[in-house]
Design a protein around this ligand. Structure first.
Ligand SMILES: Nc1ncnc2c1ncn2[C@@H]1O[C@H](COP(=O)(O)OP(=O)(O)OP(=O)(O)O)[C@@H](O)[C@H]1O
Length: 268
């Protein structure tokens, strides 16, 4: 399978400190690829560079075979790369459906807001956006919440809404940043099954930073392990858990453990 994200020899320095150190990795199209590693390994810094929030000090990032190094988040968004939390958080006084409808469409760059401003001729477009928002609300099973103000949603429901706002943009690649944090187990199962369905039924590729090993085990193949700014290894979670170097660096010497040592399970 072709890589949809290719990171080649990317380095990020903060002053004298090297957070990401000559790092190379790829994410295959159609995969749900996990990114794990101890606290401070450089995972978020790498995501920030892939999503355009941070320019690499050196190296190259390709998206779908095109050099996108240094492009801004909105430019990457229009090329099909979305990051949860990249899109502004929900508008608390607007309903769930209205929140979905506020996301700019990737193809046209239009938002419902601008169509309102420009008036009449866009009624059709508004109807299409509403249809899409309704489809998203049904897909994520938040249909019953569609007329609720987003501010009253639980933390987990807000994450579903956030995933829904990502879906409104028809992305091909979604970067998910610690989606399990603060979500109860029941909603987490819904979220995980939505991610699986988006992957299988709609062809989304996911690249997932996660500390929750259950979620990684359920969703991700392959899993990439980062430590000290570099990629240590890549494989199935079972392979990784059997790798002595990973056990030492990440699982703190306990392959059957829950990765709570080395701070790795702080959010699990
Ligand atoms: N803006 C910054 N300025 C200076 N140092 C930074 C900055 N951002 C990150 N770092 C440092 O870079 C290193 C990597 O941080 P990063 O957040 O990428 O790690 P991480 O693997 O995502 O960790 P965690 O799992 O704890 O979120 C850390 O030592 C961090 O303190």
């Amino acid at each position: 399978m072709a890589p949809v994200i290719q990171v080649s020899n990317v380095t990020c320095r903060f002053g004298g400190f090297i957070a990401v150190d000559n790092c190379s990795l790829s994410v295959e199209k159609g995969s749900i690829t996990g990114l794990i590693g101890p606290n401070g390994a450089g995972k978020s810094t790498l995501f920030n560079m892939i999503a355009g929030n941070l320019a690499p000090t050196s190296g190259r990032i390709d998206l779908d075979g095109q050099d996108v190094t240094g492009l801004r988040p909105h430019q990457l968004f229009h090329r099909g790369l979305a990051r949860t939390f990249q899109i502004a958080h929900e508008f608390t006084h607007l309903t769930v459906l209205e929140n979905l409808m506020m996301v700019p469409a990737r193809q046209t760059g239009e938002s419902l807001l601008s169509t309102w401003v420009r008036g009449g001729r866009v009624r059709q477009e508004e109807a299409a956006i509403r249809d899409k928002a309704e489809d998203v609300a049904q897909f994520l099973k938040i249909w019953h919440l569609r007329n609720e103000p987003a501010g009253v949603l639980s933390g987990g429901q807000k994450k579903l809404l956030e995933l829904g706002r990502t879906m409104m943009a028809d992305p091909s690649v979604v970067l998910l940043d610690e989606i399990a944090a603060g979500v109860n187990r029941t909603l987490l199962k819904d979220l995980a099954s939505d991610i699986e369905r988006l992957n299988q039924e709609r062809g989304y590729t996911f690249f997932v930073i996660e500390h929750d090993m259950d979620l990684i085990g359920r969703l991700c193949d392959p899993v990439i392990v980062m430590a000290a700014g570099r990629v240590m290894t890549k494989g199935t979670l079972a392979e990784i858990k059997a790798d002595p170097a990973v056990i030492e660096a990440y699982f703190g010497g306990s392959p059957t453990g829950d990765a709570t040592t080395n701070g790795a399970g702080a959010h699990a």
